[in-house]
Ligand binder design. Structure first.
Ligand SMILES: Cc1cc2nc3c(=O)[nH]c(=O)nc-3n(C[C@H](O)[C@H](O)[C@H](O)COP(=O)(O)OP(=O)(O)OC[C@H]3O[C@@H](n4cnc5c(N)ncnc54)[C@H](O)[C@@H]3O)c2cc1C
Length: 396
């Protein structure tokens, strides 16, 4: 039972929700879930076999246009889809970047040959990309990136360093932003390359992030990348990157709200039966007050997400709407994690692999909240967007 009822997304999306649930019930069975839950936390979410299963049954590319083998589902249906996957804890991260960033970029900017070569592999769940944008001196100011690519015959030769690439220790390919013209204005000299991470000269340095999953830093030392792997033309990378972010923004938000809903439900269920200091937690007025306030905030997060969704359905890019939804939802995740740890007491500090943890997933959930606040454009940058684009307060 969920603490808050699911939104009515309209007849088509509601019917689609049932279709997704039925498929998950048959293919993401209790047995598979239990086996997945036994894996170390760092390995959860990334499951190439499950990606192939989704690909086999046509669940990769549900929002893609039909000519590319997609199902052309509406934004409401796509949100329902992401929500159901998140609610079920289904592991779709292996193909997520390929499906939602690389493929849409190839639809818009790829050559016919690139589309014919890469789209079927992505659709079948066999092709896993990570994002190679950030560098030591280029995060919020991404256009300051310095990783250099120089044309040499039929190849580009790449030199430089990237870091924070989520899943970058497991992926086969990097969606790599490189500088192809150091003399041009900084936004104008960037290009996008698809790089095979097994190429000679690539060194991966995997690391563990605070939230318990892995990422990689990569070092590129005279790495030869076929010029056929350039997407969108030389020096056109900034447009490719920003278009992909716009198409992705609402769906990322949808996944985040679904993750918060799931954690809120699990925590509320726990509070209904848990006892602390000989007293039922649910009888404590301070606990009820805090959870009630969080429920109201969760509904606000859902409404902000719906506002972005409606903008997309009306054919508008939800620039400041998506920024508001992102700021509110990511900070709500942090507030929910903090409230849970306060209410669970000292035991709440234990991770889920500790036998006596009352609800160890909430401790992990709090650590994970920082990712939402920083990654994909930090909340300070989002607030700038709200001020400048939503409230017409331009920088002087
Ligand atoms: C868990 C996680 C996963 C990530 N995954 C990836 C990935 O897969 N691929 C990838 O390429 N990158 C990834 N990143 C990197 C992420 O995109 C950057 O961390 C983010 O863009 C911020 O850049 P930065 O860390 O260099 O911080 P900086 O840009 O140096 O910012 C430092 C601080 O200054 C603030 N700040 C900066 N500029 C302004 C401004 N103009 N106005 C107000 N405040 C400002 C920021 O908000 C921040 O608080 C990931 C990061 C995290 C934490």
């Amino acid at each position: 039972m969920t603490a808050l009822p699911a939104h009515d997304m309209g007849p088509a999306a509601n019917a689609f929700r049932k279709e997704v649930r039925d498929w998950l019930a048959r293919n993401w069975t209790a047995e598979k879930r239990a086996a997945h839950a036994k894996k170390p936390f760092k390995d959860r979410g990334w499951d190439p076999e499950f990606s192939k299963l989704m690909g086999r049954d046509g669940w990769i590319g549900v929002g893609w246009p039909r000519p590319f083998g997609g199902r052309a589902k509406s934004p409401s249906e796509q949100i329902v889809f992401v929500t159901e996957l998140a609610n079920a804890g289904a592991p779709f991260q292996a193909h997520n970047t390929s499906e939602s960033i690389v493929a849409p970029s190839l639809f818009a900017y790829g050559t016919k040959e690139q589309q014919d070569e890469w789209i079927p592999k992505i659709r079948n769940g066999e092709c896993h990309f990570a994002l190679g944008y950030s560098e030591p001196e280029a995060g919020s100011d991404l256009a300051a990136l310095r990783t250099r690519a120089v044309r040499d015959g039929d190849d580009f030769v790449v030199n430089g360093q990237k870091l924070w690439s989520t899943g970058g220790d497991k992926a086969q390919y990097m969606w790599l932003a490189v500088r192809t013209d150091p003399e041009a204005k900084k936004h104008a000299g960037i290009s996008m390359l698809m790089v095979d991470l097994k190429s000679p000269g690539v060194t991966l340095r995997p690391s563990m992030a605070l939230y318990g999953k892995t990422f990689s830093a990569q070092f590129y030392d005279n790495v030869r990348v076929p010029a056929n792997n350039l997407v969108g033309g030389v020096n056109n990378g900034w447009k490719v990157i920003t278009d992909a972010l716009a198409s992705e923004r609402v769906m990322i938000g949808g996944g985040r709200v679904a993750t918060i809903e799931r954690a809120f439900d699990r925590f509320t269920e726990h509070v209904k039966t848990a006892v602390a200091g000989g007293k039922a937690l649910r009888s404590d007025p301070r606990v009820r007050d805090r959870i009630g306030a969080l429920a109201a905030d969760l509904e606000v997060a859902r409404q902000l997400q719906m506002r972005s969704l409606r903008a997309v359905e009306q054919g508008r890019a939800p620039i400041h709407e998506a920024a508001m939804a992102k700021v509110f939802a990511s900070e709500l995740q942090e507030r929910l994690g903090q409230a849970a740890l306060d209410i669970l007491g000292t035991g709440g500090l234990l991770s889920e692999d500790a036998d006596s943890a009352p609800l160890g997933e909430m401790e992990q959930f709090l650590r994970h909240s920082l990712m939402g606040i920083i990654a994909g454009g930090s909340n300070e940058i989002q607030r700038n967007i709200i001020a400048q684009r939503g409230l017409d307060l331009p920088r002087q």
